[in-house]
Design a binder for this molecule. Structure first.
Ligand SMILES: C[S@@+](CC[C@H](N)C(=O)[O-])C[C@H]1O[C@@H](n2cnc3c(N)ncnc32)[C@H](O)[C@@H]1O
Length: 343
């Protein structure tokens, strides 16, 4: 899934940097896991991975792509069944498609046909779970596939902060549940639906802490509220939503890291809470924190007063919101990694 700040395209850079820093395969805490792309790559390299994030949608990806080790032989059959159920309108239809009429206030996130397919698939999966008809790994693999399948047919430019006013070609395709197969790991992994610093405290000693926080005022729970609703599921009344695009009403999932003035303090708290030997920090210069401020924080926490800096150019894709459609334009950005030895 396309996710702001995801590191999918930068994995070779991250792994190469660990090699250059002389950090051997061991145990890691990916503290701001997001799509779990880094956790997944570390697991494939043989690391014992702990991962955390505030969002349930991220927890689902962590469980599916990192914790799950094997796929049930009937996984594809279950996915086909979920894709081909008789569509039935429920929460997503009512609130995020024109099928909801006045209730959805004309929100055009999904066509009525896809919204009803997503609704029935999500509710059937929950029924299976309640009836103990599938194991945990299969549940999370299928739930991740529902979130990613819905994302492929979402009538957006990639984030859910707004929807397009005309149906885009991807939105007209049929919603499908296509699970990915889990990566086989040599070490068991653990996922935490928890604040990074709290997770660091409960995880204890690890070789590596990877830090990739939000650096600006975007709240991920507001940019990805529909994946989050799909991840959490709903009861009869559904979650409380508000505003023009149907954001989640509660405080759950909102991050302190998106408040510029608090980032330094939060960084220091995380670095004091962790018992990691090394910290690797992803940084881009478009956020609240100045590179000098980060460097000063890191060298203070470092055991030898030093921090190594690595950078790489990459092509970035940006949603082009000026035009109707999922157009992206490319530009060149610089991605930075800082590495420090903490003990
Ligand atoms: C830049 S993204 C991480 C991207 C990730 N490395 C990837 O490849 O997908 C930042 C993530 O931090 C999460 N986050 C924000 N505040 C957090 C906190 N206090 N503790 C843990 N995660 C948090 C957000 O939900 C978001 O998923």
């Amino acid at each position: 899934m396309r996710y702001l700040g995801d590191k999918a395209r930068l994995l070779p850079f991250v792994l190469r940097t660990l090699g250059r820093g002389g950090i051997n395969v061991g145990s890691a805490h990916d503290a701001f896991a997001g799509t779990a792309s880094v956790s997944r790559a570390l697991k494939a390299e043989g690391w014992r991975v702990h991962s955390s994030d505030l969002l349930m949608s991220s927890y689902v990806f962590q469980r599916a792509y990192v914790v799950a080790d094997r796929a049930d032989p009937s996984l594809s059959e279950m996915a086909r069944h979920l894709s081909n159920l008789q569509p039935r309108e429920s929460f997503i239809s009512r609130h995020f498609s024109p099928a909801g009429g006045n209730v959805s206030e004309g929100r055009m996130y999904f066509t009525p046909a896809n919204a009803a397919r997503i609704d029935v698939a999500r509710e059937e999966l929950e029924e299976w779970k309640r009836g103990a008809k599938l194991d945990d790994d299969s549940y999370y693999l299928l739930l991740a596939a529902i979130i990613e399948g819905a994302d492929r047919v979402a009538n957006t430019t990639g984030v859910y902060a707004s929807y397009m006013k005309r149906w885009q070609p991807n939105a007209r395709r049929s919603f499908e549940v296509v699970p990915e197969l889990p990566v086989k790991g040599s070490q068991p992994a653990k996922a935490y639906l928890l604040d990074a610093t709290d997770a660091a405290r409960s995880i204890g000693q690890v070789d590596l802490l990877y830090i990739d926080p939000p650096y600006n005022s975007r709240q991920y729970v507001a940019y990805y509220h529909i994946p989050e609703i799909l991840a959490r599921g709903w009861t009869e009344s559904g979650p409380a939503i508000r505003g023009k695009v149907g954001l989640l009403a509660g405080e759950e999932g909102r991050s302190q890291w998106s408040h510029g003035r608090r980032v330094r303090k939060l960084f220091s708290a995380l670095l004091s809470a962790t018992r990691a030997t090394y910290a690797l920090v992803s940084f881009n210069s478009e956020g609240h924190l100045e590179p000098e401020a980060l460097l000063s924080l890191l060298t203070k926490a470092s055991v030898d007063g030093e921090a190594s800096h690595f950078s790489q150019q990459y092509r970035r894709y940006r949603a082009d919101s000026d035009r109707e459609g999922r157009h992206y334009h490319r530009d060149i950005a610089l991605e930075h990694l800082y590495m420090v030895r903490l003990r």
